[in-house]
Design a protein around this ligand. Structure first.
Ligand code: KG4
Ligand code: ZN
Length: 357
């Protein structure tokens, strides 16, 4: 190592990588209940995608237990590095920079990946790239669609967030709308619980809904002041109340019909708002991201109605919709190219936002 301090050396390294326009990034994700390490080339090519899911453990408690999540991240992270390098056919010598999710998420969980990633970067004399988890979700689309470039409109719907954003350039976003209360994934998980579907309810409710009639039950259409905002808490409460009333009257709840009717309400709302935003913005492309983007009805409706509206529609494969580190490596590449490096005092930011204000 030269006499120069770490940060000055990293700025030089980042400039060299920028001039080459090429970088192999090792990415770390530990914001919630998935520990993940990926290797991504040039923001577009998935060289490795190693994930350890904790879902089975948290399912015992009906939701994520933060303390358990942190401890399980610590246990999983070293073996995942070996696995990721093996998948990529590389050693650490082949890595140019380390991208790390630093927020938003559970503070203890985030800290595991942040501390581990910083230690690795320092030991290997590599630049650190801090990545916003939500920006990561959006960027999964770059890996799935090598031709996709900004500008486009993106619906981001996960367990903790629901936004409609205008992606203006790489790393530059304008918020168009968002949920005023629960996130879409949260609504799926809570309604699933009423139907006795184990945590995380979203994927299982989605499968159950495939067997049901989506016109069997009537749920209210949530109203919001903002044109592109959504609200799920009123819908969720109405659904839960209806379930309780039916049970009190001794009537059986036809779970598949119930799930299908609820899924239809959520998906119609998400697609209506996203397409309205795309139309008003004069967009040509629309994308979707986040765990809820794995929902089969959301995927088919956005595809069908988006195409009918003359839009090009993009979505990651399901495995890149839910939490993973490939998306972090994709977002990290564009941050690296923009010279946005982290320092050794990089901290976990549980409430990190993607937008000002
Ligand atoms: O993006 P993600 O993996 O984690 C967060 O950043 O929150 O999203 C997880 C959320 C959970 O609420 C889960 O129930 C929901 O995404 N989800 C689904 C489906 N797959 C995952 N919701 C509806 N349908 C699905 N197929
Ligand atoms: Zn996520």
């Amino acid at each position: 190592m030269s006499e120069m301090n770490y940060e000055a050396r990293m700025r030089e390294k980042a400039e060299v990588l920028h001039a080459r326009g090429h970088a192999v990034i090792l990415a770390v994700e530990s914001s919630c209940d998935e520990t993940a390490i990926a290797v991504v080339e040039d923001g577009r090519i998935e060289r490795a995608n190693a994930i350890a899911s904790q879902i089975d453990v948290h399912a015992l408690y009906g939701g994520v237990v933060p303390e358990i999540a942190s401890r399980m991240h610590v246990e999983a992270i070293d073996p995942l590095l070996d696995l990721a390098l093996e998948q990529a056919g590389l050693t650490l010598d082949g890595i140019d920079a380390v991208a790390i999710t630093h927020g938003p998420g559970l503070v203890g969980a985030l800290l595991t990946g942040v501390s581990w990633g910083k230690a690795l970067a320092y030991a290997r004399d590599l630049p650190i790239i801090p990545v916003n988890h939500i920006e990561g979700h959006v960027s999964a689309n770059y890996v799935a669609h090598p031709d996709l470039e900004p500008p486009f409109i993106c619906l981001v719907a996960s367990g903790g967030h629901s936004h409609i954003v205008s992606v203006e350039h790489y790393g530059s976003y304008r918020l168009l709308g968002q949920t005023t209360d629960d996130a879409a994934g949260e609504a799926f998980d809570k309604v699933a619980r009423v139907l006795d579907i184990p945590y995380p309810g979203g994927p299982l409710l989605d499968r159950l809904a495939d067997e049901g009639d989506d016109r069997a039950y009537k749920f209210p259409r949530p109203h919001t002041e903002g044109r592109y905002d959504f609200s799920f808490s009123g819908l969720k409460t109405a659904v839960i109340n209806q379930a309780h009333n039916l049970r009190q009257q001794g009537q059986e709840i036809r779970a598949a019909d119930f799930a299908a009717s609820f899924r239809r309400s959520v998906v119609d709302l998400l697609v209506d708002k996203t397409l309205a935003a795309a139309r008003d913005e004069g967009a040509k492309r629309v994308a979707v991201a986040g765990g809820v983007a794995a929902n089969s009805l959301l995927r088919s409706e956005l595809e069908r109605r988006g195409k009918r509206a003359g839009l090009e529609v993009f979505m990651p494969p399901r495995r890149l919709c839910t939490d993973n580190a490939v998306m972090i490596g994709a977002a990290g590449f564009y941050s690296l190219m923009a010279g946005e490096l982290g320092r050794l005092d990089l901290n976990a930011l549980p409430a990190l936002r993607m937008f000002e204000g």
